[in-house]
Design a protein around this ligand. Structure first.
Ligand SMILES: *Cc1c(COP(=O)(O)O)cnc(C)c1O
Length: 484
């Protein structure tokens, strides 16, 4: 058996690795600096492994093995980090998976402006300078009933802008039950502090009455704020003030009312058997002066923050220097415009905006899709996997419709001799990665969030994994199995 020292002596020199034919071929596609960096990292890693091992290493680090490791390392270093994944989790607006999937027309619109010049800020009629917001303002107004509107980077930015424009150095009255934190560190009190507005909290965690607001109004008050508690619900002995009542109080005391409704709903969800979610139009009709919401939650568009409301308020917001810092780019604008246009035909919106289509997908269709996935898997793997179609629940996610557990059908699966956690990990490190849920000792695939072609991808990955159950063990999670 080799001693440590003799193993170390056998290690090839980096320069000789770099002269190898297989390594040389990489230079056609990859920068030399990355290849030589990969070679030294691999040699260093092997050296450390030899030194750490008390017993002689069972793996023989011959030149061919090392070359293989270098090729793999170069691939890891050069393959894109941000990539498509298959969402089998059934969580429609999965924040970690990029929230809303865009409608085809929105994707095409991005493509169109990405590779060419556009009339982003020029009025083609007059030839004069225009504003980027003009492309969507009218659409936004028609769909929400608001007098004016604009779109910024995300809803967090929208809330910050409204507060900074209307309440800097003055008080904003808000219920204690609405001082929410939304995932990813958006907290109402913190945004308030950042905007320079002064938080004036009223009521209690579970109950706030109109007189709580009334009593708090003073010379210092700039704004009455209502925040939709998107991601949680207080149940039991509770009450909050309706937007109508708050708007009426605002009118009586000549104070503007601002509502952050969180999810930018434009259709009535109760028509599709779901719980009611406040729509932008309802808020405007209730008399709210300015409303903000996200573009990539239930609206189903690009990441953006929509601000809709009274014309004089929107004009002031447009003039706030912060607006320039938070402005959207042409891709967002293109996707936003295309998505808004789809909404003019609600049936089309529910059919073509993936978020809406997924959320409203009938149970019968989910069953058919689950059966199709199971069939495609059986086609590739025969009787090897244990597959069952079971009833379960999908979630909307993204801090929207918190109580909504929407019934679905899952494909529950296990493979012989592979633990469910290993199977989950191996699927997650394929190309493209597949994400699924673990329930007890089975993996669950929810057809609700699968897109066209995903069934074949899943079946292909499962076949590869079943053929080589141990292929990935011990390899770094992110890159194992990618890029062959
Ligand atoms: C999600 C949410 C936000 C933050 O919106 P982003 O678009 O993620 O910045 C703010 N307020 C409420 C009520 C929300 O639900």
């Amino acid at each position: 058996m080799d001693t440590k020292n003799s193993l170390l002596r056998k290690l090839p020199a980096i320069s000789s690795i770099l002269e190898e034919e297989q390594i040389n071929r990489l230079r056609e596609f990859h920068p030399y600096s990355i290849i030589s960096e990969a070679a030294s990292e691999v040699v260093q890693a092997v050296r450390e492994r030899i030194l750490e091992n008390k017993k002689p290493d069972p793996v023989n680090f011959d030149l061919q093995t090392i070359i293989g490791m270098v090729v793999k390392r170069v691939r890891e270093k050069t393959s894109p980090s941000l990539c498509k994944v298959v969402n089998g989790t059934g969580i429609v607006l999965h924040t970690n998976l990029g929230r809303a999937v865009l409608a085809r027309e929105a994707v095409d619109a991005i493509n169109e402006v990405a590779g060419s010049y556009s009339n982003l800020e020029v009025n083609l009629e007059t030839g004069e300078r225009g504003t980027r917001y003009s492309h969507i303002e009218e659409l936004l107004c028609r769909l929400t009933g608001a007098e004016a509107g604009l779109v910024v980077n995300n809803n967090a930015a929208a809330v910050l802008l409204v507060l900074s424009t209307m309440a800097r150095g003055r008080e904003v009255i808000v219920s204690r039950g609405q001082l929410v934190e939304i995932g990813g560190s958006f907290r109402i009190p913190d945004v308030m502090a950042q905007s320079g507005a002064v938080l004036k909290e009223v009521g209690t965690t579970n109950k706030t009455h109109l007189w709580d607001y009334e009593r708090a109004v003073s010379e210092e008050t700039a704004l009455l704020l209502k925040v939709h508690t998107s991601n949680y619900k207080i149940i039991g002995f509770t009450s909050e003030v309706s937007v109508e009542d708050l708007a009426a109080l605002g009118r009586k005391r000549s104070l503007p009312v601002f509502e952050d409704i969180g999810s930018g709903v434009l259709v009535d969800f109760t028509k599709y058997g779901l719980n009611h979610e406040p729509t932008v139009r309802e808020s405007i009709e209730a008399g709210v002066d300015v409303v903000t919401c996200s573009g990539d939650k239930l609206f189903g568009g690009p990441q953006a923050g929509i601000i809709a409301g009274r014309k004089d308020i929107i004009e002031r917001i447009k003039k706030n220097p912060l607006t320039r810092a938070l402005r959207i780019d042409k891709f967002t604008l293109a996707a936003m415009e295309a998505t808004l246009r789809i909404y003019f035909d609600e049936e089309k919106a529910v059919r073509e905006i993936p978020t809406l289509r997924m959320i409203t997908m009938p149970l019968s269709e989910l069953r058919t899709r689950a059966e199709k996935l199971a069939a495609v898997i059986r086609q590739r793997l025969g009787d090897a996997p244990d597959i069952e179609i079971i009833q379960g629940f999908s979630q909307v996610g993204g801090g929207s419709l918190p109580e909504e557990n929407i019934p679905t059908f899952h494909v529950a699966l296990s493979l012989p001799e592979i633990s469910v956690s290993s199977l989950e990990q191996q699927l997650r490190t394929q190309e493209p990665p597949v994400l699924a849920r673990i329930q007890k000792d089975r993996l669950l695939f929810d057809p609700r969030t699968l897109l066209d072609g995903d069934e074949a991808l899943i079946a292909g990955h499962l076949a590869a994994i079943a053929g080589h159950p141990d292929k990935m063990s011990g390899h770094p999670a992110k890159t194992a199995g990618r890029g062959d």
